[in-house]
Design a protein around this ligand. Structure first.
Ligand SMILES: [Zn+2]
Length: 328
């Protein structure tokens, strides 16, 4: 095991601290090898957590992005993969990302959505997508439009080039990504849907996570970002126009998740749990959406959807005439 110079410096540092910084107690000694081993362990656990969150996020979001192309103004060809490279990780975790996850400078396939065209075509983790010049392709998010020709993708796997046949599908053209933040939040900026690690931890079911992804997708498809730079799902600070946008994203987002096959049963409970974890959202402000407001509106929207399911009516939000997003 390679020990970093800093690991050797720590015991000396501790001694120096007790001598110079005026500590009144003698700190127990720790050994440099123990410190290095514990650092390795904690880095590995953190990376495994990121790996797991990224996989859950792709598998939860893929059905939502592909089932709602008829309601998305921007669509693209997609095969259902997420790539990564060292740049995907915070600088402090890059050496661990290399060691634990096999990340390097090249953009490689990291996750493959269950049941996606990529899964059916036999793509594997670590595959490198090649461009026409047989070089690693520069991919824009997880967009594959420029790579596919005759439904063939050239890849490099374990040093060997090969071609895979894949039938791409269409997906809403928004990039779904994980943020390495412990804050419980999610946001949309018009192009991306970003979910924090804290939110991944807080959601307790696939349906709850789908509720959040649907909500952020709705911010993007409904053009909310044009009027407000970034729409955070929790906006304690108070952005102008936040309340109607949040309510609309909750409403349209619920349709998105149901259309993708998720059960909306009980998803409104998310807001009751959040109220317990963060009581400052239970206010009576008139300009910001409150947890009780969101709980009741989502429940009402769920009843509306369930009536449509019973009568066989199309599962589309009730748009004001002329306001429907133009999808395919
Ligand atoms: Zn929002």
């Amino acid at each position: 095991m390679r020990l970093r110079p800093t690991a050797f410096a720590i015991p000396m540092l501790a001694a120096a601290l007790s001598a110079c910084a005026g500590l009144d107690t003698r700190l127990p000694d720790i050994s440099a090898p123990d410190l290095a081993a514990e650092t390795d362990y904690q880095e590995t656990e953190a990376l495994r957590r990121i790996e797991s969150d990224a996989s859950v996020l792709l598998n939860s979001g893929w059905p939502i992005l592909t089932a709602n192309t008829g309601l998305c103004p921007r669509i693209r060809a997609a095969i259902g993969v997420k790539t990564h490279s060292l740049k995907s990780y915070p600088k402090r975790l890059r050496s661990a990302a290399k060691r634990v996850l096999g990340a390097d400078e090249t953009s490689r396939i990291f996750h493959i959505a269950d049941g996606s065209p990529a899964a059916l075509a036999g793509f594997k983790r670590g595959d490198v997508i090649l461009n026409d010049a047989n070089e690693p392709a520069k991919l824009n998010g997880d967009s594959w439009d420029t790579v596919l020709a005759d439904n063939t993708v050239n890849i490099r796997r374990a040093g060997k080039s090969m071609a895979l046949k894949v039938e791409p599908t269409t997906a809403c053209d928004y990039n779904l990504q994980l943020s390495h933040s412990t804050a419980i939040n999610a946001y949309a900026d018009g192009r991306n849907i970003t979910i924090t690690s804290g939110m991944m931890e807080f959601t307790q079911s696939d349906s709850e996570l789908a509720l959040i992804i649907g909500h952020e997708l709705a911010h993007n498809t409904m053009g909310h970002v044009r009027k407000s730079i970034v729409n955070y799902i929790l906006s304690f600070g108070g952005t102008r126009y936040t309340r109607p946008f949040e309510s609309e994203a909750d409403y349209v987002g619920l349709y998105y998740m149901v259309r993708a096959g998720y059960s909306p049963e009980g998803v409104e409970d998310f807001w009751q749990r959040l109220a317990k974890a963060s009581p400052k959202g239970i206010n009576r402000a008139k300009t910001h959406p409150t947890f009780p407001d969101r709980y009741l509106r989502i429940r009402a929207a769920r009843d509306e959807i369930s009536k449509k399911e019973t009568t066989g009516a199309p599962l589309r939000p009730n748009f004001i005439s002329g306001s429907e997003p133009s999808g395919s």
